[in-house]
Structures are given as C-alpha cells and as structure tokens.
Design a protein around this ligand. Sequence first.
Ligand code: ZN
Length: 225
Amino acid sequence: MELRKLSEHIWYMPFEEERDRPNLGYIKGDKLSIAVDAGHSEAHIREFYALLRKEGLPLPSLTVITHWHWDHTFAMHAANGLTIANKTTNAHILECIQKIENNGPDAFLNIGDSIRKEYSGGQEMIVIPADIVFEGSLTIDLGGCTVNILQTEAPHTDDSTLVYVCEDKTLFIGDATCPQFPHGDRDKKLANALADKIRSTGAVTCVEGHWQPVETEDTLNDLLS
Ligand SMILES: [Zn+2]
C-alpha cells in the first residue's frame, strides 16, 4: 500500500476491499496535522503511520472519526495524540465497548469475512471512546489550513461527521452517502439533507470512505440516484 497525495495539504492511504479498510485521510498544516478516521485495527493504523514516517510527515496530533462503524474506529486505541468524535458517535462506541465486554469479540467477528480477516492474526479487539466529544461543528486552524468538522444527517448512520479542508476545497464524507448497513435503504429525506450539507461546503472534491476521491458532482449524483 502507498500513501497518495491528493492536494496541497492532503494525503491518504487508500481503502482496501478485502479487509473492508476505509481510506485514512491526512491533513497537514504548518502547526498541526490531523487524520480522518482511525481504521479497522491497530495493524491498520500502524501501516498508515509507517507510510507517513516514510514520507517524513509528522504523525497526526488529532484523529477525527466520521462515524462509529468498527472499520473506522477500532484503531482509536492506537491513535497518536487525541481522537475527536461527535456525541452520538461516542455513544455508539460506548455501546460497542459494552457489547465486547458482554459477548467478547465475536459480537463483531460475526459481522462478516472482512472483519474476521482483519483480526485473523490474533490481534486483540480493543475499543475506546473519543478524547474530545463535540456537537454540531468545530473549526480547527492547522496553520495555513482550516478544517471544518461538521455533524450532519445522513442515510448511512445517525452519527455522521464530515471533514472539510477549506483551502483544498475537499470534503471527507466517510460512508455518509451509503445506504444503511447492512442491507438498508437510502432514506430520501436524509439523502437530501446530506446533499444540502455537502453543497453548502462548496467542496469540489469528495473523499468517500471506501472509494477513490471524486468530483462532488459525482458524489451527489450517486447519493440522489
Ligand atoms: Zn460505515
């Protein structure tokens, strides 16, 4: 796997289908750098950090979580610096912790092949809550690069967070545009609300959780189809 540069301030480690690993985003300013999503496991985030080191990029001081799903959050315990999630995401993560305490990792290993493959090497499944919990929105000045973190309605889950990199006109959207997991519908009202939110940012490029970066128009067409 390689680290790809997307724009002046943005890099990402691409998604992988086999283990259902999402894109891990990296945004660097003059003072601070932040990551978008922690990843599926400690092994996943360690690969990401190894690629950052290879490029001479500092490890992120902050990691923003797009939504509670395991493939985006179960590496939070191994994240450098602090993690940020919205209040609903954090509540879902606390439910995951409870599930594992009650039923062990099988509670999640039973979801499917991809998570079993991710944890096939005998890695322990460790889930922890976020360090910083917000509601609504949050703006972070990375130094010459401004990041808006926006909670939004979305068809995929009830806890979506978007991460907009203003100078690069790029929006990280996690899985927000996807239907509900595993076989749910894409609720029209929620899809429209999300489309409005995406348009309101002025983003030119969108980075979805499990797809290559595309023009915002493509993302909106897919979302509203
Ligand atoms: Zn998801």
